[in-house]
Ligand binder design. Structure first.
Ligand code: PSV
Ligand code: MN
Length: 391
């Protein structure tokens, strides 16, 4: 039997990276709703991320998206974050919102556009040197809508060439993570649609390139924990973009649609050495959120997400692996499943509340945030200006 006391110290290694864009307005193609208190600047986004960290103790770093979070002085932004007890994390390049990229970025048939996309990623590496970030995350919206539209084979070659140009400029302590997504915005083919394609490219690049797994980027029914197990086995799982989905890339609160899937994923992360491995190792997986809060308040939405990760991680750590191994050795199918489900069904909420209090954190981070007055303060103060969004 594994008890909560046994896992208490291990839980302390959890650090979730929150996305700056979660604090800005987002929506669907039908409507982007504004909301009071939404940040107007990247500094305000970081301040909101710091509010999540203050109440949970779980989210000490914030990922940036360039150019959404472009500032003149990233060194100053870093100091601003550090004064708030935050780190600047993964830098996400963005080659999907410029007119030039309509027919692709790193896979565009026009070499000038491909070069522009490479240069944008190189600029992101410069930003990372100033922010102290380790990871450059590349997600490409590249793909085609109609059979015959593009040379899907040539586009793979262009992609490999462009990624290699970027990879060549990584410093020793920087990494490149390549995110895949099976469709959207392209509807016929996507240039990096699945983990296999991402793996092929990062393996060709070298040891500083990894796959980013966004949990919302798979066909319904995909066994995501198997992908996690395989990528960890190969030493190529670089990061997660956690979110939750009912239908497509819904970007909902982590664990909202399928808490059991989140549990199964985290079991494989722990099993594969991807949790708490410490900096630098191949099992060093960045646990990031990639989320939108279209209708709910954004800071409480982020708090709920990081708490859901913590809760499911605790349950995953509670898995009695000795009992599981014994049942597997005996070929006892039902016992093995029972051991697995016992961990999933363990209610850890009271233990986690006590664990937080022992560490000087609020027992109930959500209530503590709501009582802190921060939400009222930003709703009153942030008047005028342009609310941040996907532009
Ligand atoms: C694409 O759907 C994606 O998952 C990528 O990570 C982008 O950078 C992000 O969403 C934008 O929200
Ligand atoms: Mn993502």
């Amino acid at each position: 039997m594994t008890t909560f006391a046994d896992i208490s110290d291990r839980l302390a290694a959890l650090a979730v990276e929150v996305p700056s864009w979660a604090y800005g307005n987002s929506g669907t193609r039908f409507k982007v709703f504004g909301s009071r208190g939404t940040p107007r600047t990247v500094e305000e986004k970081i301040a909101d991320a710091a509010a999540v960290h203050r109440s949970t103790g779980l989210a000490p770093s914030v990922a940036l998206h360039v150019p959404w979070d472009l500032v003149d002085d990233f060194g100053a932004l870093r100091r601003y974050a550090e004064d708030l007890g935050m780190r600047l994390g993964t830098v996400n390049s963005n080659t999907f919102q410029d007119e030039d990229y309509k027919l692709g970025s790193l896979t565009n048939a026009d070499p000038k556009v491909r070069q522009k996309a490479v240069e944008h990623n190189l600029r992101c590496l410069e930003v990372m040197a100033e922010t102290g970030s380790r990871d450059l995350k590349i997600w490409l919206a590249d793909g085609t809508n109609y059979p015959g539209q593009g040379d899907i084979r040539a586009r793979q070659d262009w992609l490999a060439e462009g990624l290699a140009e970027v990879y060549a400029q990584l410093s020793d302590d920087q990494r490149l993570v390549l995110e895949y997504k099976f469709f959207e915005p392209a509807f016929y083919h996507t240039d990096v649609p699945d983990w296999g394609t991402s793996y092929v490219h990062v393996a060709a690049l070298g040891p500083k390139a990894f796959v980013c797994l966004d949990t919302g980027h798979h066909a319904p029914g995909t066994n995501i924990e198997f992908i996690v197990a395989q990528l960890l086995r190969l030493g190529r799982l670089g990061s997660f973009d956690f979110n939750s989905r009912f239908y497509a890339d819904d970007d909902l609160i982590v664990g909202a649609a399928d808490p059991f899937q989140l549990f199964r994923i985290l079991v494989e992360v722990v099993r594969g050495g991807g949790y708490g491995a410490g900096a630098g190792g191949a099992g060093d997986v960045a646990l990031m959120l990639d989320q939108c809060h279209n209708i709910e308040k954004k800071i409480p939405g982020q708090i709920r997400s990081v708490l859901n990760v913590q809760e499911m991680l605790a349950r995953a750590l509670l898995l009695d692996t000795d009992a599981l191994d014994a049942a597997r050795q005996d070929g006892d199918v039902l016992r093995a499943n029972e051991v697995f489900m016992d961990a999933f069904y363990t209610d850890v909420r009271r233990d986690l509340a006590a664990w937080r209090e022992e560490r000087g954190l609020p027992a109930d981070p959500m209530r503590a945030y709501l009582a802190s007055g921060y939400q009222e303060q930003i709703e009153n103060d942030r008047v005028g200006g342009t609310q941040a969004g996907w532009n």
